[in-house]
Design a binder for this molecule. Structure first.
Ligand code: NDP
Ligand code: MG
Length: 393
């Protein structure tokens, strides 16, 4: 371990990645100290975490129940802040050297940018920030010597496999994909897919947004773009392969033909821990993979006709510029509409493609232009939903 303890700000402590992060931090012992945390509206759980981990600061980004949180923590050592702007305060705390970004959506983007400029270590689960603003974040990280480490399991696997060779020896990466609950569904079945089915992921237990993204495979589109930025790859160096067992989390193929894969049980604690202990590996109590119990590992090519989202992912990764912001925002707004039963399952990808085809592309955008592209795409989706007078499905 480098000489000083990791003092951690955990953005999104009440979600699926957030809770796993706290249990990893606890298991790693005294050198890993949670200093501050944020939640959106789960104020009771945040108050409990502040108490259990003796947090110095907490932020509730949705201020509706801020007074209740203030009251719950009255008389304790925890400082309570309200509103999304304060996420930046958590990462800019001089005593914090490590940030875990486990919020969903792009609300943490200003905090991620600030932490990058401050040269901190950023363990990032939040793929949206990279998809939207990878073109700004990665050069900024290089300039300020910030370390951005992926928590997303595929990208963690790629980072681990990359250590088997040197960067210029990498020929391509192979991102694996469980295929989600509709891997074998027909086009007809996909058009009838219901919310409950989309939320029923076969191998991973995750938050609702990323679970629906796995069902449409838009999650893989986001991950293609995320990988392009994180590892500085050309689109033709990225492949997607369906692997239903979710045991191989991704692979790197080197120029001599060797393919290095990372295997483990599907449990986010391992990539979270790797991002926190990198480049070391520390002991973990994660469930061990019993290879002799595995009958087989299967692979198949993704069907880009049934899952057009993957095709969009490659297109957007090649385009760069504002395209990532549009794909991410349109998809997020469409997923919201699907969750409210306002559009059908197939319309999530169709609407996202529509927004991509009808946006004012900017090749080298600044943050303001990226956020504009984001809000424009959300507006387009909402407009479509209003205009189409949908029948509840
Ligand atoms: P969850 O929905 O379980 O948790 C989201 C967290 O963010 C909660 O703490 C929530 O607070 C907070 N939050 C929600 N909305 C906002 C907002 N508008 N502003 C600030 N904070 C907000 O999500 P996951 O943990 O599943 O995912 C988090 C991120 O990690 C996502 O970007 C996802 O794509 C990525 N990821 C997740 C994986 C997983 O296994 N879950 C795997 C790989 C990547 P509250 O609880 O109060 O609502
Ligand atoms: Mg993933």
């Amino acid at each position: 371990m480098d000489h000083h303890p990791k003092r951690i700000a955990l953005l999104g402590s009440t979600g699926s990645i957030g809770l796993n992060s706290l249990s990893v931090i606890e298991s790693l012992g005294a050198d890993y100290i949670p200093v501050s945390a944020s939640a959106h509206n789960q104020w009771k759980l945040l108050a409990q975490q502040a108490h259990d981990y003796h947090l110095e600061k907490v932020v509730l980004t949705d201020t509706t129940h801020l007074d209740k949180l203030v009251e719950a923590l009255n008389g304790t050592q925890t400082k309570v802040l309200g509103g999304p702007d304060h996420l930046v305060d958590l990462v800019m705390d001089e005593t914090v050297n490590t940030i875990i970004v486990a919020v969903v959506g792009i609300s943490a983007l200003p905090a991620v940018m600030a932490a990058t400029e401050a040269g901190k270590t950023i363990a990032i689960a939040n793929k949206e920030s990279l998809v939207v603003a990878g073109c700004l974040l990665m050069p900024l990280a290089q300039k300020h010597r910030a370390t951005i480490l992926p928590i997303d399991s595929e990208h963690s696997a790629i980072l681990q496999a990359m250590h088997s060779g040197r960067r210029h020896e990498v020929e391509k990466i192979i991102i694996t994909c469980s295929g989600g609950p509709f891997r074998n569904s027909t086009t007809e079945q996909l058009s009838q897919a219901k919310l409950a089915d989309a939320l029923n992921h076969p191998t991973w237990n995750m938050g609702p947004k990323v679970t629906i993204d796995s069902a449409t495979m838009m999650n893989k589109a986001l991950e293609i773009i995320e990988a392009k930025w994180l590892f500085d790859l050309q689109t033709d160096q990225i492949e997607v392969l369906i692997h239903p067992e979710s045991i191989i989390h991704s692979m790197v193929e080197f120029r001599d033909g060797s393919i290095i894969a990372q295997l483990s049980s599907p449990d986010m604690k391992l990539p979270i821990q790797y991002a926190l202990t990198y480049p070391q590996r520390l002991h973990s109590t994660s469930k061990r993979l019993e290879l002799n119990q595995l009958q087989q590992l299967n692979f198949q090519q993704p069907d880009l006709d049934r899952f057009a989202s993957i095709r969009l992912g490659f297109e957007v990764a090649a385009q760069g510029g504002t395209a990532g912001a549009v794909l991410n925002a349109a998809n997020e707004a469409a997923v919201d509409a699907f969750r409210q039963h306002l559009i059908s399952f197939n319309q999530i990808t169709e609407l996202t493609e529509h927004c991509l085809r009808n946006h004012n592309y900017v090749e080298n955008p600044n943050l303001e232009q990226l956020l504009q592209a984001d809000s424009q795409a959300r507006k387009q989706v909402r407009q479509f939903v209003t205009d189409s007078k949908p029948t509840k499905c």
